[in-house]
Design a protein around this ligand. Structure first.
Ligand code: 6PG
Length: 255
């Protein structure tokens, strides 16, 4: 099993700086190569940990106008609701940097979870056709330049929860659930084939409370993957990087 690259940091401040550097470097490389940068965000503590991007030097050096922004998962609530991942990212980052509003692709918040998922997949298909998002040579899935994921203490990523049927989804790019164990219950989520088709996937995990899940996700211990969705994040041709603080890394096997 490829564990991915582990970047373990002494403090959250260090982790945040490294994460901002990493995102800025990928953005630069992708803009150089393709003229655009397609990035998918998640909710939770990730957005706060990305906060340095809105400060110097990144606020001036990153080519924000080339960013196409998506969500790896979203809660099916109004865009101005405190539970909205869009609102979290907008307040914490997007409103502070010169991104182009029409490049921000959030879900339709006026329809059901099922409709929101299928509309979102349609939007992504259009952007793949327009080549704002690349396409995977191996899976026909969209190949995002970067997908950023957090992980819950139960090992969930995006809105892919342990032992849930959507872990087996093979054909859809975006699917929905109405029974999320972490509230709110209705969510849309990228499926594993889409996550694993990305050029880069970053798992951003901090805190002692997640150390057991980090151990099970990374070390060679847990055979039943569906108990731990994070273990199923295995980019086919892309690169996986774990951003961890000392607490989250505290139960990893030593090498
Ligand atoms: C969501 C998130 C979710 C999140 C993890 C970790 O909508 O809830 O996208 O997948 O990333 O639950 O969240 P924390 O980092 O806040 O623990």
């Amino acid at each position: 099993k490829d564990r991915g690259e582990l970047r373990i940091h002494e403090s959250l401040d260090e982790l945040s700086t490294d994460l901002a550097d990493y995102i800025a470097e990928l953005s630069e490389a992708s803009v150089k190569e393709r003229g655009v940068f397609s990035i998918a965000l998640s909710g939770g503590s990730l957005i706060g940990l990305m906060g340095k991007l809105s400060e110097a030097p990144y606020n001036r050096t990153v080519d924000w106008a080339k960013w196409y922004i998506f969500w790896a998962d979203e809660r099916v609530v109004a865009k101005n609701h405190t539970d909205s991942n869009y609102k979290l990212a907008k307040d914490g980052l997007l409103s502070k940097v010169p991104i182009i509003p029409s490049h921000v692709h959030s879900i339709n918040d006026a329809v059901s979870a099922e409709e929101a998922a299928s509309e979102y997949e349609f939007v992504i298909r259009q952007l793949v056709k327009a080549r704002m998002v690349s396409v995977s040579e191996v899976s026909d899935c969209p190949k995002f330049d970067l997908i950023l994921l957090g992980m819950g203490p139960d090992g969930h990523v995006a809105s892919l929860f342990p032992n849930h049927a959507v872990l087996n989804e093979k054909s859809e790019w975006v699917t929905f659930i109405t029974d999320s164990p972490k509230p709110p219950p209705e969510r849309i989520t990228f499926t594993l084939p889409v996550i694993n088709s990305a050029s880069n996937v970053a798992m951003v995990v901090a805190g002692e409370a997640k150390s057991e899940a980090v151990h099970l996700a990374i070390d060679n211990v847990e055979p039943d993957c569906s108990k731990l969705p994070a273990r199923m994040v295995q980019p086919t041709t892309g690169k996986l990087v774990w951003f961890l603080d000392k607490g989250a890394a505290s139960k990893l096997d030593g090498d």
